[in-house]
Ligand binder design. Structure first.
Ligand code: NAD
Length: 323
């Protein structure tokens, strides 16, 4: 019977599917509230047919070699797969899958929650109130910014970027501009959106900039000091994609010196570490990589990862094969 190693405990819907198939499923229960150690992953992957990995583990040549000759599929429990060395997996003939689509709505909602929170100063106001500083209603107390009528700049109009843009256009009457190597005339028509060929054209026009690109060599430090300076001083930066897409030191300087109004970020350059300067600033909202963290979505991701494993091990093409 096929054997599966799951590097960290995940919601159980997918685990049950694998067990119902009669597969032997070993879940690394020790890593419930922490990252799986390298030793746990290297030992766990030995002799298995499938590895179900999460984004906190680096799945590189050493891990794959430890799983060979039996390892046939790596099912990554995330839409991003920058933690998996794809060229090496190809070379070794190991299929790699991800979990796209099922988390689109949830990540788009979280992005919107961040955008509303930073514009309406929700976290700051919460800290203020808890600290006993609310002594009287004030005509100028904690003034924020409206979303309606403003321009949202979407960097990366894929599944999540386009959902965020839809909420913004349809729900909040925002104007949309976007940049992506693959423009969509249909989307532009539907949302009244404007396409710009480069991020440099987008940044000076947007009141909110929301990043939705994958982490690639070409997107690492896409938002660096130079590009942060191109944003309006009244604009906000939101990032729910991957941390290294923003140069975090430059962001801390931009916020401290008011090059921009504020930022709201879910992902970090050196996760789980957060550049210390960011934590002492008022004009930033920080969430700990939870943009897809709803019970419903994490169960759906579990089902999708299990489906990918079952399809691959039964000799069919898994639905979310990463090419
Ligand atoms: P997607 O592949 O549907 O969309 C990515 C888009 O970015 C594509 O349209 C692509 O053409 C575009 N793109 C690539 N390089 C670009 C560039 N240099 N400039 C502009 N556009 C560029 O992916 P998705 O499902 O929308 O997810 C986007 C990213 O969000 C994932 O890669 C993942 O890293 C991240 N993510 C984070 C969380 C979280 O928990 N914070 C959850 C899910 C996904």
């Amino acid at each position: 019977m096929p054997k599966i190693f799951v590097t960290r405990p995940i919601p159980d819907a997918g685990i049950k599917m694998l067990q119902d198939k009669g597969y032997e499923v070993v879940v690394n229960e020790a890593a419930k509230d922490r990252v799986a150690t390298r030793e746990e992953v290297l030992a766990g992957v030995k002799g298995v047919d499938a590895l179900l990995s999460v984004l906190t583990e680096k799945v590189d040549a050493e891990v794959m070699d430890a799983g060979l000759p039996t390892l046939k599929v790596i099912a990554n429990y995330a839409v991003g797969f920058d933690n998996v060395n794809l060229p090496v997996a190809k070379e070794k003939n190991i299929a790699v899958t991800n979990t796209p689509g099922v988390l689109t709505n949830t990540v788009a909602e979280h992005t919107f929650a961040l955008m509303l929170s930073i514009a309406h100063r929700i976290s700051e106001a919460d800290r203020f109130s808890r600290a006993g500083k609310y002594t009287a209603w004030g005509p100028q107390l904690l003034l924020g910014t409206d979303l309606s009528g403003k321009t949202l700049g979407v960097v990366g109009l894929g599944r999540i970027g386009s959902r965020v843009a839809m909420h913004a256009a349809k729900g909040f009457g925002m104007k949309i501009i976007y940049t992506d190597p693959k423009p969509s005339a249909e989307f532009e028509k539907e949302m009244g959106a404007e396409y710009v060929a480069t991020i440099e054209e987008l940044l000076p026009k947007a009141d909110f900039v929301s990043i939705h690109v994958p982490l690639l060599d070409s997107t690492r430090h896409l938002m660096n000091a130079e590009r942060l300076k191109m944003m309006k001083p009244t604009a906000y930066l939101v990032n729910t994609s991957r941390g290294p897409i923003i140069d975090e030191k430059a962001l801390a300087q931009a916020l401290a010196e008011n090059w921009i109004q504020g930022a709201a970020i879910d992902v970090f350059e050196f996760e789980p570490d957060i550049t210390p300067e960011l934590k002492s600033l008022e004009n930033i909202i920080i969430t700990p990589h939870i943009a897809s963290a709803t019970l419903e979505t994490r169960q759906l991701m579990s089902v999708l990862a299990a489906t990918n494993i079952i399809e691959a091990l039964e000799g069919r093409t898994p639905p979310n094969l990463v090419k």
